[in-house]
Ligand binder design. Structure first.
Ligand SMILES: Nc1ncnc2c1ncn2[C@@H]1O[C@H](COP(=O)(O)OP(=O)(O)OP(=O)(O)O)[C@@H](O)[C@H]1O
Length: 262
């Protein structure tokens, strides 16, 4: 069976500016995959292209075997219906209750009646532990609760793939760990494939089955593997990311580098 997400020869950027060149990878059904890399390397750019917000400069993105690039109209809508997304900037609508926020995608994209929509939205809030906060305004919730409500909204239409852009940004470590556990639980219990951008090592270890590491200077992927394997990588750029604060010299450079011990 083919992978759920197949990206081949993807080049993308903005206008004539290329951010990522000739990127190829695939993600299997049920995987949780983190996109990593230094600031400005193109993590969000990749995510936005995967969900069809922008058209790539070249290459192919196949979702469940269906080509997204260049597909328009009803065929494109059908592919996009596989997706749920939570973006950092894609905050909840402040003028609506938490429940109304979660009902919105169902009202916009399903044919269900109002009663069914409310039942489903409340179930999604229960999934993220917020059933008691349905009538609250988003601003009355903590940062972590707002993220959970945004995940409930992203899950409203039972997507096959959940895209999350830095879900734990701005959260304290404890709240961040709770959100990680929730994302992992949703992926497992709801059988959702998850693609997320993250900087946080603790989150990456807690959530990701595999990680894709991007690099600004090469404008592409420098490693794809389990987080545990990447942490042991002999590539200095990868091991530096996973062993922050300690500069790990790659084995072939170690002999020629001055040592600063003691
Ligand atoms: N809408 C846009 N128009 C033009 N350039 C953009 C746009 N969005 C991002 N860029 C540029 O693309 C490059 C990659 O940005 P992107 O946000 O994808 O990086 P990132 O790896 O997600 O960074 P960070 O970790 O800092 O969020 C940056 O140089 C950024 O300035």
């Amino acid at each position: 069976m083919s992978a759920l997400i197949e990206v081949q020869g993807l080049s993308c950027g903005y206008g004539s500016k290329t951010i990522l060149k000739d990127v190829t990878f695939s993600i299997e059904r049920g995987e949780v995959v983190a996109i990593l890399g230094g600031s400005g390397c193109g993590k969000s750019t990749l995510l936005k292209h995967l969900i069809g917000l922008y058209s790539p400069q070249a290459g192919s993105i196949r979702i469940a075997g269906n080509e997204l690039v260049g597909t328009t109209g009803a065929d494109r809508e059908a592919i996009l219906r596989h997706f749920g997304a939570m973006f950092q900037a894609g905050a909840l609508f402040g003028s609506m209750s938490v429940l109304d926020n979660v009902m919105l995608p169902l009202q916009s994209f399903s044919q269900l009646d109002a009663h069914a929509i409310e039942i489903i939205a409340r179930l999604k809030l229960r999934l993220v532990g917020l059933e008691a906060f349905a009538d609250y305004a988003p601003a009355a919730l903590s940062g972590g609760m707002q993220k959970r409500a945004a995940i409930a909204r992203a899950m409203a239409l039972d997507p096959e793939i959940l895209f999350l852009d830095e879900p734990s940004a701005g959260l304290d470590p404890l709240t961040s760990a709770e959100l990680d556990a929730l994302i992992r639980r949703i992926a497992e219990t709801q059988h959702v494939t998850c693609v997320l951008v993250s900087h946080e090592l603790a989150s990456i270890y807690a959530i990701a089955d595999r990680a894709i590491m991007l690099d600004q200077s090469t404008q592409g992927i420098i490693a794809i593997d389990t987080p545990q394997a990447l942490a042991q990588s002999s590539d200095a750029r990868v091991s530096r990311f996973f062993n922050r604060g300690q500069v790990i010299a790659p084995p072939d450079c170690a002999a020629s580098e001055p040592t600063h011990q003691g």
